[in-house]
Design a protein around this ligand. Sequence first.
Ligand code: ADP
Length: 304
Amino acid sequence: MNQKNAIEVKNLIKKYNNDSVALNIEDLNIPYGSIFGLLGPNGAGKSTFINILAGLTIKNSGSIKICEIDIDSNPKTSRAMIGVVPQEINIDPFFTPIEILDIQAGFYGIRKKEMKNKEILEELNLSEKANAYSRSLSGGMKRRLMVAKAMVHNPPVLVLDEPTAGVDVELRKKLWTYIKKLNSQGITIILTTHYLEEAEKLCDHIAVINKGKLVACDKKDTLLSLIDIKEIQIKLSQPLLKVPKNLKDFIISKNKELLVIRYSKSKISTGKIIDRIIRNNLKIEDLSTRETDLEDIFLKLLDN
Ligand code: ADP
């Protein structure tokens, strides 16, 4: 079966001022209904990609479809399929949230009686502030208003550029809840982030871009299973004086009684490692394990 995608990219190339290639993506599909994380170091090409989707930057070649609509043949229709929440908060402090949404809806040619701006504010818990000056909103409310602004034309795809950059932990969690709620209503979410924890908690699909190229793109769980490494930290009851022979390939650091042991899960089990420790007459006082996280994957991919 041919799965339909919210975004389909083929042979996309973008160069700035005929310089080196900023983006070169052969093939990228973002499934409908996913929360898709776009990761990559600074300068990787994430904003360029988002700006091309949003119609703000012109690509050099290749094709992009948003909800099966080609952005070159049908620029207006394809743009209506997508809402973009930029990184910087850009709301006029002298307008009220409802006025801001009405103006934004006007840009999309939505008629007054068709506007659902009150409902959108309610959805984002901003009803109480609908008629307050936007400058009186808290940081979190302003962020939510940015999301509301991107939703005025009811797009099936929502793009969030670094939605929680510089945001405190509590607000970050609230924003995650909103993003999940929008997704549960069927909206495909694309977000860039440099918080790996955010991608790990929120996204079901992840793409990693480095130097303009896609270095990974898969379901999050598939990506996580790529890494075969496990780490355990062991506290012995006494300092380790000499590293035993049958553990020397696994101990990556030792500091008195503290050992960090790293091994390949497919080659040896945690039980066998512990057996070897006990067979050397070493007593374990405490043990903690660390599972693979996105950081390991990320570092490995950027290393290649
Ligand atoms: P990211 O969002 O991942 O940090 P960008 O898309 O901003 O990456 O940048 C990708 C590359 O394109 C970088 O090398 C950057 O310097 C270059 N670039 C981005 N915008 C412009 C521009 N307006 N003019 C020239 N080069 C640019």
